[in-house]
Design a protein around this ligand. Structure first.
Ligand SMILES: [Fe+2]
Length: 393
Protein backbone atom coordinates (compact mmCIF):
# COMPACT_ATOMS: atom_id res chain seq x y z
CA UNK A 1 0.00 0.00 0.00
CA UNK A 2 3.00 2.25 0.45
CA UNK A 3 4.04 1.37 -3.05
CA UNK A 4 1.55 3.77 -4.62
CA UNK A 5 3.03 6.61 -2.57
CA UNK A 6 6.53 5.56 -3.60
CA UNK A 7 5.59 5.52 -7.28
CA UNK A 8 3.88 8.90 -6.99
CA UNK A 9 7.00 10.28 -5.37
CA UNK A 10 9.20 8.71 -8.03
CA UNK A 11 6.97 10.13 -10.79
CA UNK A 12 7.28 13.55 -9.19
CA UNK A 13 11.06 13.24 -9.10
CA UNK A 14 11.15 12.22 -12.76
CA UNK A 15 8.83 15.10 -13.70
CA UNK A 16 11.04 17.54 -11.79
CA UNK A 17 14.14 16.08 -13.40
CA UNK A 18 12.75 16.67 -16.89
CA UNK A 19 11.54 20.12 -15.82
CA UNK A 20 15.06 21.01 -14.69
CA UNK A 21 16.50 19.63 -17.97
CA UNK A 22 13.99 21.66 -19.96
CA UNK A 23 14.89 24.72 -17.89
CA UNK A 24 18.59 24.19 -18.58
CA UNK A 25 17.97 23.80 -22.32
CA UNK A 26 15.90 26.99 -22.36
CA UNK A 27 18.57 28.74 -20.34
CA UNK A 28 21.28 27.56 -22.72
CA UNK A 29 19.29 28.75 -25.74
CA UNK A 30 18.62 32.09 -24.05
CA UNK A 31 22.29 32.34 -23.21
CA UNK A 32 23.24 31.87 -26.88
CA UNK A 33 20.72 34.49 -27.93
CA UNK A 34 22.01 36.97 -25.42
CA UNK A 35 25.52 36.33 -26.61
CA UNK A 36 24.81 37.10 -30.24
CA UNK A 37 22.62 40.09 -29.54
CA UNK A 38 25.07 41.68 -27.15
CA UNK A 39 25.67 45.13 -28.58
CA UNK A 40 27.87 47.99 -27.83
CA UNK A 41 26.88 51.49 -28.81
CA UNK A 42 29.74 53.76 -29.65
CA UNK A 43 29.66 57.43 -30.43
CA UNK A 44 31.62 59.54 -32.87
CA UNK A 45 34.84 59.41 -30.90
CA UNK A 46 35.18 55.74 -31.70
CA UNK A 47 35.80 56.41 -35.31
CA UNK A 48 38.69 54.01 -35.26
CA UNK A 49 36.14 51.20 -35.37
CA UNK A 50 34.01 52.74 -38.05
CA UNK A 51 35.53 55.34 -40.26
CA UNK A 52 33.05 57.65 -41.93
CA UNK A 53 34.29 59.94 -44.67
CA UNK A 54 32.40 62.26 -47.00
CA UNK A 55 34.08 64.13 -49.78
CA UNK A 56 32.78 66.69 -52.20
CA UNK A 57 33.35 65.27 -55.68
CA UNK A 58 35.49 67.93 -57.49
CA UNK A 59 34.29 66.80 -60.87
CA UNK A 60 30.60 66.98 -60.04
CA UNK A 61 29.95 70.52 -58.91
CA UNK A 62 27.83 73.18 -60.52
CA UNK A 63 26.22 76.50 -59.68
CA UNK A 64 22.50 77.22 -59.67
CA UNK A 65 21.91 80.89 -59.02
CA UNK A 66 23.69 81.54 -55.67
CA UNK A 67 23.73 77.96 -54.56
CA UNK A 68 26.27 75.39 -55.34
CA UNK A 69 25.16 71.92 -56.32
CA UNK A 70 27.66 69.19 -55.60
CA UNK A 71 27.86 65.43 -55.35
CA UNK A 72 29.04 64.18 -51.97
CA UNK A 73 30.49 60.66 -51.89
CA UNK A 74 30.47 58.86 -48.56
CA UNK A 75 32.11 55.70 -47.32
CA UNK A 76 31.75 53.82 -44.06
CA UNK A 77 34.64 51.51 -43.37
CA UNK A 78 34.38 48.85 -40.66
CA UNK A 79 37.81 48.38 -39.07
CA UNK A 80 36.69 45.71 -36.63
CA UNK A 81 36.49 41.90 -36.94
CA UNK A 82 32.82 42.15 -35.92
CA UNK A 83 29.69 43.09 -37.78
CA UNK A 84 28.44 46.65 -37.48
CA UNK A 85 24.73 47.25 -37.59
CA UNK A 86 22.17 50.02 -37.09
CA UNK A 87 24.55 52.64 -38.32
CA UNK A 88 23.53 56.28 -38.65
CA UNK A 89 25.34 59.18 -40.23
CA UNK A 90 24.60 62.74 -39.19
CA UNK A 91 25.95 65.64 -41.23
CA UNK A 92 25.69 69.22 -40.13
CA UNK A 93 24.64 71.42 -43.06
CA UNK A 94 24.03 75.15 -43.56
CA UNK A 95 20.44 76.39 -43.31
CA UNK A 96 18.28 76.21 -46.44
CA UNK A 97 20.34 73.41 -47.95
CA UNK A 98 18.44 70.68 -49.72
CA UNK A 99 19.06 67.30 -51.32
CA UNK A 100 18.34 66.86 -54.97
CA UNK A 101 18.99 63.11 -55.13
CA UNK A 102 20.58 60.40 -52.99
CA UNK A 103 21.47 56.71 -52.94
CA UNK A 104 22.34 53.79 -50.61
CA UNK A 105 20.47 55.17 -47.61
CA UNK A 106 17.29 56.58 -46.11
CA UNK A 107 17.78 60.34 -45.95
CA UNK A 108 16.07 62.86 -43.67
CA UNK A 109 16.87 66.53 -44.06
CA UNK A 110 16.08 69.14 -41.42
CA UNK A 111 17.02 72.79 -41.26
CA UNK A 112 20.61 72.11 -40.21
CA UNK A 113 21.15 68.36 -40.46
CA UNK A 114 21.07 65.36 -42.77
CA UNK A 115 20.43 62.03 -41.15
CA UNK A 116 21.26 58.93 -43.16
CA UNK A 117 20.03 55.50 -42.06
CA UNK A 118 20.56 52.14 -43.80
CA UNK A 119 18.09 51.29 -46.55
CA UNK A 120 15.41 48.88 -45.43
CA UNK A 121 16.53 46.08 -47.76
CA UNK A 122 20.34 46.25 -47.92
CA UNK A 123 23.44 47.76 -46.32
CA UNK A 124 21.95 47.11 -42.87
CA UNK A 125 25.11 45.29 -41.84
CA UNK A 126 28.62 46.45 -42.55
CA UNK A 127 30.65 43.23 -42.68
CA UNK A 128 33.81 42.75 -40.60
CA UNK A 129 36.66 44.77 -42.16
CA UNK A 130 34.35 45.72 -45.01
CA UNK A 131 32.82 48.97 -46.21
CA UNK A 132 29.73 50.44 -47.82
CA UNK A 133 29.24 53.59 -49.84
CA UNK A 134 26.47 56.16 -50.07
CA UNK A 135 26.07 59.55 -51.66
CA UNK A 136 23.83 62.49 -52.38
CA UNK A 137 23.62 65.68 -54.37
CA UNK A 138 23.20 68.67 -52.16
CA UNK A 139 22.52 72.29 -52.93
CA UNK A 140 23.98 74.57 -50.33
CA UNK A 141 26.27 77.53 -49.79
CA UNK A 142 29.35 77.30 -52.02
CA UNK A 143 31.70 77.06 -49.07
CA UNK A 144 30.10 73.94 -47.54
CA UNK A 145 32.55 71.02 -47.32
CA UNK A 146 30.63 68.48 -45.17
CA UNK A 147 33.39 68.37 -42.55
CA UNK A 148 31.11 68.00 -39.53
CA UNK A 149 30.08 64.36 -39.74
CA UNK A 150 28.88 62.23 -36.85
CA UNK A 151 28.59 58.52 -37.13
CA UNK A 152 26.62 56.36 -34.72
CA UNK A 153 26.56 52.59 -34.91
CA UNK A 154 26.45 49.34 -33.02
CA UNK A 155 29.05 46.65 -33.05
CA UNK A 156 27.75 43.11 -32.70
CA UNK A 157 30.31 41.40 -30.55
CA UNK A 158 30.25 37.72 -29.83
CA UNK A 159 30.88 37.12 -26.18
CA UNK A 160 33.40 34.34 -25.90
CA UNK A 161 33.92 34.36 -22.17
CA UNK A 162 31.80 34.97 -19.13
CA UNK A 163 32.46 38.05 -17.11
CA UNK A 164 31.97 38.11 -13.34
CA UNK A 165 28.74 40.02 -13.78
CA UNK A 166 27.35 37.53 -16.24
CA UNK A 167 28.29 34.62 -13.97
CA UNK A 168 26.35 36.32 -11.16
CA UNK A 169 23.49 37.08 -13.53
CA UNK A 170 23.12 33.51 -14.76
CA UNK A 171 23.71 32.10 -11.29
CA UNK A 172 20.87 34.27 -9.99
CA UNK A 173 18.57 33.02 -12.74
CA UNK A 174 19.49 29.40 -12.05
CA UNK A 175 19.06 29.96 -8.32
CA UNK A 176 15.60 31.45 -8.88
CA UNK A 177 14.62 28.48 -11.04
CA UNK A 178 15.93 26.05 -8.43
CA UNK A 179 14.01 27.86 -5.66
CA UNK A 180 10.89 27.88 -7.80
CA UNK A 181 11.19 24.18 -8.61
CA UNK A 182 11.97 23.40 -4.95
CA UNK A 183 8.85 25.27 -3.77
CA UNK A 184 6.70 23.44 -6.29
CA UNK A 185 8.30 20.16 -5.24
CA UNK A 186 7.68 20.83 -1.54
CA UNK A 187 4.11 21.88 -2.22
CA UNK A 188 3.49 18.72 -4.23
CA UNK A 189 5.25 16.60 -1.62
CA UNK A 190 3.10 18.01 1.17
CA UNK A 191 -0.02 17.35 -0.89
CA UNK A 192 1.13 13.79 -1.52
CA UNK A 193 1.95 13.29 2.15
CA UNK A 194 -1.50 14.53 3.15
CA UNK A 195 -3.12 12.28 0.59
CA UNK A 196 -0.96 9.36 1.71
CA UNK A 197 -1.86 9.95 5.36
CA UNK A 198 -5.55 10.17 4.45
CA UNK A 199 -5.32 6.91 2.46
CA UNK A 200 -3.47 5.20 5.30
CA UNK A 201 -6.10 6.24 7.86
CA UNK A 202 -8.88 5.25 5.50
CA UNK A 203 -7.40 1.78 4.98
CA UNK A 204 -6.68 1.26 8.66
CA UNK A 205 -10.15 2.38 9.74
CA UNK A 206 -11.76 0.17 7.10
CA UNK A 207 -9.80 -2.87 8.22
CA UNK A 208 -10.55 -2.11 11.88
CA UNK A 209 -14.19 -1.88 10.92
CA UNK A 210 -14.02 -5.46 9.62
CA UNK A 211 -12.22 -6.61 12.75
CA UNK A 212 -14.72 -4.87 15.03
CA UNK A 213 -17.61 -6.40 13.09
CA UNK A 214 -16.22 -9.89 13.70
CA UNK A 215 -15.50 -9.20 17.36
CA UNK A 216 -18.84 -7.50 18.04
CA UNK A 217 -20.36 -10.96 18.56
CA UNK A 218 -18.15 -11.68 21.56
CA UNK A 219 -17.61 -9.12 24.29
CA UNK A 220 -14.51 -10.99 25.42
CA UNK A 221 -12.64 -10.62 22.12
CA UNK A 222 -13.34 -6.92 21.50
CA UNK A 223 -10.14 -5.13 20.60
CA UNK A 224 -8.34 -8.49 20.17
CA UNK A 225 -7.41 -7.99 16.49
CA UNK A 226 -6.12 -4.46 17.07
CA UNK A 227 -3.94 -5.63 19.97
CA UNK A 228 -2.64 -8.59 17.96
CA UNK A 229 -1.80 -6.16 15.15
CA UNK A 230 0.13 -3.90 17.53
CA UNK A 231 2.10 -6.85 18.96
CA UNK A 232 2.77 -8.36 15.51
CA UNK A 233 4.02 -5.04 14.15
CA UNK A 234 6.29 -4.60 17.18
CA UNK A 235 7.72 -8.12 16.71
CA UNK A 236 8.33 -7.38 13.02
CA UNK A 237 10.08 -4.15 14.00
CA UNK A 238 12.30 -5.95 16.53
CA UNK A 239 13.14 -8.55 13.87
CA UNK A 240 14.48 -5.67 11.77
CA UNK A 241 11.88 -5.95 9.01
CA UNK A 242 11.38 -2.83 6.89
CA UNK A 243 8.61 -0.41 7.78
CA UNK A 244 6.56 -1.45 4.77
CA UNK A 245 6.59 -5.05 5.98
CA UNK A 246 5.70 -3.90 9.49
CA UNK A 247 2.64 -2.11 8.12
CA UNK A 248 1.68 -5.14 6.02
CA UNK A 249 1.69 -7.47 9.01
CA UNK A 250 -0.24 -4.84 10.98
CA UNK A 251 -2.98 -4.77 8.35
CA UNK A 252 -3.03 -8.54 7.86
CA UNK A 253 -3.25 -9.10 11.62
CA UNK A 254 -6.36 -6.93 11.74
CA UNK A 255 -8.00 -9.49 9.45
CA UNK A 256 -6.45 -12.70 10.81
CA UNK A 257 -9.75 -13.95 12.26
CA UNK A 258 -12.03 -12.61 9.54
CA UNK A 259 -13.20 -16.19 8.86
CA UNK A 260 -14.95 -16.20 12.25
CA UNK A 261 -17.68 -14.17 10.60
CA UNK A 262 -19.08 -17.47 9.35
CA UNK A 263 -18.93 -19.25 12.74
CA UNK A 264 -22.11 -19.57 14.79
CA UNK A 265 -22.42 -17.27 17.82
CA UNK A 266 -23.23 -20.28 20.03
CA UNK A 267 -19.78 -21.66 19.30
CA UNK A 268 -17.90 -18.36 19.33
CA UNK A 269 -19.30 -17.27 22.70
CA UNK A 270 -19.65 -20.67 24.38
CA UNK A 271 -18.48 -20.26 27.98
CA UNK A 272 -17.34 -23.85 28.47
CA UNK A 273 -15.06 -26.13 26.51
CA UNK A 274 -16.03 -26.87 22.90
CA UNK A 275 -16.87 -30.43 21.96
CA UNK A 276 -14.98 -32.06 19.11
CA UNK A 277 -17.51 -31.03 16.44
CA UNK A 278 -17.64 -27.46 17.68
CA UNK A 279 -13.87 -27.34 17.85
CA UNK A 280 -13.65 -28.59 14.25
CA UNK A 281 -16.02 -25.81 13.17
CA UNK A 282 -14.04 -23.28 15.17
CA UNK A 283 -10.79 -24.44 13.52
CA UNK A 284 -12.31 -23.97 10.09
CA UNK A 285 -12.16 -20.19 10.58
CA UNK A 286 -8.54 -20.16 9.35
CA UNK A 287 -9.59 -21.75 6.04
CA UNK A 288 -12.47 -19.29 5.71
CA UNK A 289 -10.13 -16.41 6.53
CA UNK A 290 -7.78 -17.55 3.75
CA UNK A 291 -10.63 -17.89 1.29
CA UNK A 292 -12.07 -14.48 2.09
CA UNK A 293 -8.68 -12.83 1.59
CA UNK A 294 -7.73 -14.83 -1.51
CA UNK A 295 -8.64 -11.91 -3.81
CA UNK A 296 -7.22 -9.23 -1.52
CA UNK A 297 -3.96 -8.86 -3.44
CA UNK A 298 -3.20 -5.38 -2.06
CA UNK A 299 -1.73 -7.15 0.97
CA UNK A 300 0.82 -9.60 -0.46
CA UNK A 301 0.42 -13.15 0.91
CA UNK A 302 -2.47 -12.20 3.21
CA UNK A 303 -4.54 -15.27 2.32
CA UNK A 304 -1.74 -17.75 3.04
CA UNK A 305 -0.62 -15.94 6.18
CA UNK A 306 -4.03 -15.93 7.86
CA UNK A 307 -4.63 -19.56 6.79
CA UNK A 308 -1.56 -20.67 8.76
CA UNK A 309 -1.76 -18.53 11.88
CA UNK A 310 -2.79 -21.55 13.97
CA UNK A 311 -0.02 -23.84 12.73
CA UNK A 312 2.37 -24.92 15.48
CA UNK A 313 6.14 -24.82 15.21
CA UNK A 314 6.30 -28.56 15.97
CA UNK A 315 3.89 -29.38 13.13
CA UNK A 316 0.87 -30.21 15.31
CA UNK A 317 -1.19 -27.17 14.40
CA UNK A 318 -3.90 -26.69 11.80
CA UNK A 319 -5.09 -26.65 9.08
CA UNK A 320 -2.07 -28.08 7.18
CA UNK A 321 0.28 -29.21 9.99
CA UNK A 322 3.11 -27.15 8.59
CA UNK A 323 6.29 -27.30 10.64
CA UNK A 324 9.12 -24.91 11.57
CA UNK A 325 10.17 -22.48 8.89
CA UNK A 326 7.69 -23.99 6.43
CA UNK A 327 5.14 -21.89 8.28
CA UNK A 328 5.23 -18.35 6.81
CA UNK A 329 7.12 -15.99 9.14
CA UNK A 330 4.14 -13.61 9.38
CA UNK A 331 1.92 -16.56 10.40
CA UNK A 332 4.39 -17.50 13.15
CA UNK A 333 4.42 -13.88 14.34
CA UNK A 334 0.63 -13.63 14.36
CA UNK A 335 0.45 -16.99 16.14
CA UNK A 336 2.52 -15.85 19.15
CA UNK A 337 0.91 -12.38 19.16
CA UNK A 338 -2.55 -13.99 19.02
CA UNK A 339 -1.77 -16.40 21.85
CA UNK A 340 -0.14 -13.67 23.90
CA UNK A 341 -3.30 -11.54 23.67
CA UNK A 342 -5.47 -14.54 24.51
CA UNK A 343 -3.34 -15.16 27.62
CA UNK A 344 -3.46 -11.54 28.72
CA UNK A 345 -7.22 -11.06 28.18
CA UNK A 346 -10.29 -12.37 29.98
CA UNK A 347 -12.11 -14.98 27.93
CA UNK A 348 -15.60 -16.42 28.36
CA UNK A 349 -14.05 -19.66 29.58
CA UNK A 350 -11.28 -18.23 31.87
CA UNK A 351 -9.66 -15.13 33.39
CA UNK A 352 -6.49 -13.59 32.04
CA UNK A 353 -3.21 -15.05 33.21
CA UNK A 354 -0.79 -13.27 35.50
CA UNK A 355 2.46 -11.94 34.18
CA UNK A 356 4.38 -14.82 35.72
CA UNK A 357 1.98 -17.35 34.21
CA UNK A 358 2.35 -15.71 30.78
CA UNK A 359 6.13 -15.96 31.03
CA UNK A 360 5.89 -19.62 32.00
CA UNK A 361 3.50 -20.36 29.12
CA UNK A 362 5.67 -18.62 26.54
CA UNK A 363 8.80 -20.44 27.67
CA UNK A 364 7.02 -23.78 27.96
CA UNK A 365 5.69 -23.56 24.40
CA UNK A 366 8.87 -22.26 22.80
CA UNK A 367 9.80 -24.62 19.98
CA UNK A 368 6.51 -26.51 20.24
CA UNK A 369 3.72 -24.00 19.63
CA UNK A 370 5.86 -20.93 19.10
CA UNK A 371 8.85 -20.13 16.94
CA UNK A 372 11.76 -20.17 19.46
CA UNK A 373 13.34 -17.07 17.90
CA UNK A 374 10.13 -15.10 18.61
CA UNK A 375 9.68 -16.10 22.26
CA UNK A 376 12.56 -13.95 23.63
CA UNK A 377 11.19 -11.00 21.66
CA UNK A 378 7.72 -11.48 23.13
CA UNK A 379 9.19 -11.83 26.65
CA UNK A 380 11.20 -8.66 26.13
CA UNK A 381 8.08 -6.84 24.94
CA UNK A 382 6.34 -7.96 28.10
CA UNK A 383 9.16 -6.52 30.19
CA UNK A 384 9.35 -3.32 28.16
CA UNK A 385 5.69 -2.42 28.49
CA UNK A 386 4.22 -3.41 25.16
CA UNK A 387 1.97 -5.81 27.09
CA UNK A 388 -1.21 -4.57 28.84
CA UNK A 389 -0.57 -2.17 31.72
CA UNK A 390 -2.25 -4.27 34.41
CA UNK A 391 0.24 -7.06 33.74
CA UNK A 392 3.19 -4.85 34.46
CA UNK A 393 2.38 -4.60 38.17
FE1 LIG B 1 -7.49 -17.31 14.98
Amino acid sequence: MKNSFFWKLLSLFIALFFLCCAGLVILTLSFSTIQTSQSLKLEAESKKDLEGAITKNPEKQWMRQLEMGAQFDGVLKNNTPSEISKWKVIIEIPPKSYIDSSWNGEYTVTDHQIQILPPSDYNQIIPPNGSITFGFILYSQPSFQADDVTVEYYITKKVTELTGFRILYYSAIILLIVIFVYLIFMFKLRSLQKKHEYDRQFIEQTLKLFANTIEAKDVYTRGHSVRVSIYAKEIAKRLGLPEEEQMNIYYISLLHDIGKIGIKDSILTKPGRLDSDEYAIMKSHVIKSGEILSDFVSLPGASEIVRHHHERYDGNGYPDQLKGNFIPLFSRIICIADSFDAMTSDRCYRKQLTKEEVIVELKKNSGTQFDPQLVPIMLDMLECGVAPVELQN
